[in-house]
Write a protein that binds this ligand. Structure first.
Ligand SMILES: Nc1nc2c(ncn2[C@@H]2O[C@H](COP(=O)(O)OP(=O)(O)O)[C@@H](O)[C@H]2O)c(=O)[nH]1
Ligand SMILES: [Mg+2]
Length: 215
């Protein structure tokens, strides 16, 4: 990890919710994460700064499963961080403990979204993909074969129009099926060889050692 300071979990900022299982929303900026978050949590939401930063994080209990805490993270373009926001999103994913990840994506910008999907796959964290803004994609004539995409990624892929509450029930159902992706990026042999050497030196981590070695 490039992060020098190792921050404690945001869950500690909100005492009493410490040991809840987490649902972490991640995605590019402006894809509808906060709208999805509002639907999943309803009214009782706390907003606190991520420890040691001014970055605000919203968290609240899931309405469909009170044992789960939903966390809305800052929008990112990469999980190999280049900004404080990206570092925080990455750190939340890297934290130990029981968590399922919901990647919210703009269905019109699939290429951008799949960069993150491939990074989540590399980290070997359980996730599912929500293709949001399906209305706008449709209006622009963009079609996505979600079944094929789900096959290729090996994780659930669903469609939503969050502002109109379309697909949110399906989203809630699919969260329980979030899984580690079977998709694997193969790099040039030199990179693979170097990564394997680094990987062998790393201790057990909450995300795959391969992904940390590649970072
Ligand atoms: N057309 C359309 N707009 C949406 C949808 N979901 C969210 N939005 C809008 O997209 C903008 C960004 O949403 P927001 O939740 O703030 O995105 P975030 O940056 O990922 O948290 C807002 O203006 C939302 O009202 C959707 O499914 N369809
Ligand atoms: Mg937001």
């Amino acid at each position: 990890m490039s992060s020098g300071r190792h921050q404690s979990a945001p869950r500690h900022a909100d005492s009493g919710q410490g040991e809840l299982k987490r649902i972490v929303l991640v995605g590019n900026p402006n894809v509808g994460k906060s709208v999805v978050f509002a639907h999943l949590t309803g009214a009782y939401v706390t907003v606190s700064n991520y420890p040691g930063t001014t970055v605000e994080l919203a968290q609240g209990r899931a309405r469909f499963d009170r044992e789960r805490l939903v966390i809305d993270t800052p929008g990112v373009n990469s999980l190999v961080p280049r900004s404080e926001d990206e570092r925080i999103a990455r750190d939340i994913l890297v934290e130990d403990g029981d968590r399922l990840i919901v990647q919210v994506a703009d269905a019109k910008n699939l290429r951008r979204a799949l960069v993150l999907s491939s990074q989540l796959a590399e980290m070997e964290v359980p996730f599912m993909l929500d293709l949001n803004m399906w209305d706008e994609a449709k209006n622009q004539g963009i079609r996505v074969d979600t079944e094929r995409l789900a096959q290729l990624l090996g994780v659930p892929v669903i469609r939503t129009v969050a502002i109109r509450r379309q697909g949110l029930r399906e989203l809630e159902r699919a969260i329980g099926d979030a899984s580690k992706s079977t998709f694997k990026v193969r790099y040039d042999p030199d990179i693979e060889e170097a990564a394997a050497k680094i990987e062998a030196l790393l201790p057990p981590l909450p995300i795959s050692r391969r992904s940390v070695a590649l970072m």
